[in-house]
Design a protein around this ligand. Structure first.
Ligand code: FES
Length: 100
């Protein structure tokens, strides 16, 4: 993860720990990272979909969030997707490990 995305993620975690109601958007749809359809756009700034993340992990052999971010730049602009991006990548890396 690049330093800008890491800093934003840490700031979000700190805010969430201190004031959960400030961060949680109750109007936002509930998203399950494990079952997102492949065409679901995870990072709107870079137009990276869940399917592209899965392809990078399961077919191209990316093995870390950092590699994914270098390949796609996902999460490196506004940072709003970093939480979901991290969840999808963690889940898919776990699935990839289970297959090996
Ligand atoms: S939505 Fe991913 S960086 Fe903006």
């Amino acid at each position: 993860m690049n330093s800008d995305a890491s800093a934003k993620l840490e700031a979000l975690r700190a805010t969430l720990a201190a004031q959960p109601a400030v961060v949680v958007d109750e109007a936002a749809p509930v998203v399950d990272a494990a079952t997102l359809p492949d065409d679901h756009i995870v990072c709107h700034c870079t137009n990276v979909s869940a399917g592209e993340l899965r392809m990078l992990i399961h077919e191209a052999g990316c093995s870390s969030l950092d590699e994914i971010q270098r390949a796609t730049r996902a999460g490196g602009s506004c940072g709003k997707c970093v939480g979901l991006l991290t969840e999808v990548v963690d889940i898919e890396l776990g699935r990839a490990c289970a297959r090996r």
